[in-house]
Design a protein around this ligand. Structure first.
Ligand SMILES: NC(=O)c1ccc[n+]([C@@H]2O[C@H](COP(=O)([O-])OP(=O)(O)OC[C@H]3O[C@@H](n4cnc5c(N)ncnc54)[C@H](O)[C@@H]3O)[C@@H](O)[C@H]2O)c1
Length: 453
């Protein structure tokens, strides 16, 4: 009789396996589409009925996923979606892509993983492969997921297969998407690793096997902690440069001409998104449980979290040159998504900048073509606000315009020409002008000459 391992392997390589993706957000929907494109009948499971309805109508709600792909795949019967976990019984593989936020205390919030795994466990049948993709601390797969699934009486590595494979999607990146970003895969046992590698290998160009789920979990946290710490370093350098009348942007651009041993990171108004501000704290929480005090992570977190306050100080400094206060000034925040040209504003530092300005009495507006609306609960202003339609002819209405996210669609020429004062936290304005204040750079009155070769 064929073993569960060889049966599932054959089903995967022949594309007869039914694949399932749990959590259809920025990570899960692109992955479900890749599996469906590579020939698997794929079912997405999510608790949000609006996402399920959209997929069933052939509609994408994630900018990196084309609606034409979703339409073609649903019409061909290759992609379906449901809120009903009982479909798990019909599926051979399950990839879990649910959120892993932090609690207010900066401890990991595992409730989404636990809830998704408990729902899967109710319908788990022998021979299924479960792969966790949510970013989390080392030990989650074997300490949290495995016991919940084994509570069914089935044994991991024998009756069902368990792996961890971190997602590395970079929303808005036109070059690297799910199918061409190498995929790190760690299995609970060699069979688990082999089956997970086989599954991902059908849809993703390069598979990077590692020896355990814990190594795979740690790889993702190293990658994101590396970014958080280096951004913390360059943010500290920006604060230093401001004090020393040196332009940090010019320093980084010159340093990056070194062809080895240097990688450019840029300062900014603070960290945003679902990964970099959060994931390092998953690692530090777990390290502390093991009696280890992770100092780099905490220090970088401290510096990065202070950046919105520095931006507000910069606004105060700019207004001061007009003998104005933040209190009562009309301030436009340009760009509130956490990074350029995307619609995701989770953890965006713009929300902190807006909240701090509001607390100091500013009349805060924002403009962002990708984020039309901010709910009252999303910022400390406690009132819902809509993006204003700012463009040529309207920048002059404000006492100060603060560029927090440098979307490509902004008309920077008009912004500089019309705004009375500009605070640029992204070095979006290349020309030096007496009313443009840049993060990590000397006061406009004292800045150096434009240099060109
Ligand atoms: N967004 C990124 O750029 C990115 C990159 C790499 C890794 N990650 C990681 O991937 C994971 C998912 O992130 P995301 O950005 O896709 O999140 P998301 O919020 O966009 O999507 C998560 C989805 O899971 C659904 N969900 C929540 N609980 C559920 C449950 N119990 N059962 C079924 N569905 C449930 C939500 O409704 C939502 O649609 C996180 O751990 C994140 O850290 C995200």
């Amino acid at each position: 009789m064929a073993s569960l391992v060889s049966t599932l392997h054959e089903k995967i390589t022949s594309r007869r396996a039914r694949t399932g993706v749990v959590g259809l957000g920025y990570v899960g929907l692109p992955l479900a589409v890749e599996f469906a494109k590579s020939g698997f009948r794929t079912t997405g499971i999510d608790l949000d009925p609006r996402k399920i309805d959209a997929i069933r109508r052939g509609q994408s709600y994630i900018p990196d996923v084309q609606t034409s792909d979703v339409t073609a795949l649903t019409t061909a019967g290759m992609l379906d979606a449901t809120t009903d976990f009982s479909v798990v019984r019909e599926l051979d593989t399950l990839n879990i892509c649910v959120p892993t936020p932090l609690r207010k205390t900066k401890d990991p919030d595992m409730s989404y993983i636990v809830s998704a795994v408990e729902s899967i466990a109710k319908h788990l049948r022998p021979g299924t492969l479960v792969s966790l993709e949510s970013t989390t601390y080392p030990g989650t797969t074997d300490e949290v997921v495995q016991p919940l699934l084994e509570a069914t009486g089935l044994k991991a590595g024998k009756d069902f297969f368990l792996a961890f494979s971190p997602e590395r999607v970079d929303p808005g990146n036109p070059t690297f998407q799910t199918h061409n970003v190498p995929k790190v895969v760690g299995g609970l046992t060699p069979d688990c690793a082999m089956l997970a590698g086989a599954l991902y290998g059908t849809a993703i160009e390069t598979i990077v096997p590692v020896s355990s789920t814990r190594v795979a979990e740690m790889v993702k946290l190293l990658e994101n902690t590396f970014r958080a710490v280096n951004i913390g370093l360059v943010n500290e350098l920006a604060l230093m440069c401001d004090r020393m009348n040196i332009d940090v942007w010019e320093v980084v651009d010159a340093a990056k001409t070194k062809p080895f041993g240097f990688m450019a990171f840029y300062p900014g108004p603070g960290l945003g998104g679902h990964c970099i501000p959060i994931d390092p704290f998953y690692l530090s929480w777990k390290a502390k449980q093991s009696g280890f005090d992770p100092r780099f992570i905490e220090l970088a977190g401290h510096i990065n979290a202070g950046m919105p306050h520095y931006v507000v100080d910069k606004v105060g400094e700019a207004l001061n040159t007009r003998k104005k206060a933040i209190n009562g000034s009309k301030i436009l925040v340009a760009g509130i998504a956490y990074k350029r040209d995307i619609d995701d504003m989770r953890e965006s530092p713009a929300l902190d900048v807006m909240g701090l300005l509001h607390e100091k009495g500013a009349l805060v507006s924002y403009t962002d073509p990708h984020v039309p609306h901010v709910d009252a609960k999303e910022w400390t202003g406690n009132k819902a606000i809509e993006s204003v339609n700012a463009g040529p002819g309207s920048f002059g209405r404000y006492d100060c315009v603060v560029i927090v996210t440098d979307h490509r669609s902004f008309d920077y020429k008009a912004l500089v020409a019309e705004a009375d004062l500009v605070v640029d936290t992204r070095n979006a304005i290349k020309e030096r002008a007496p009313h443009v204040f840049r993060l990590g750079a000397p006061q406009p009155a004292t800045q150096g000459v434009n240099v060109s070769v």
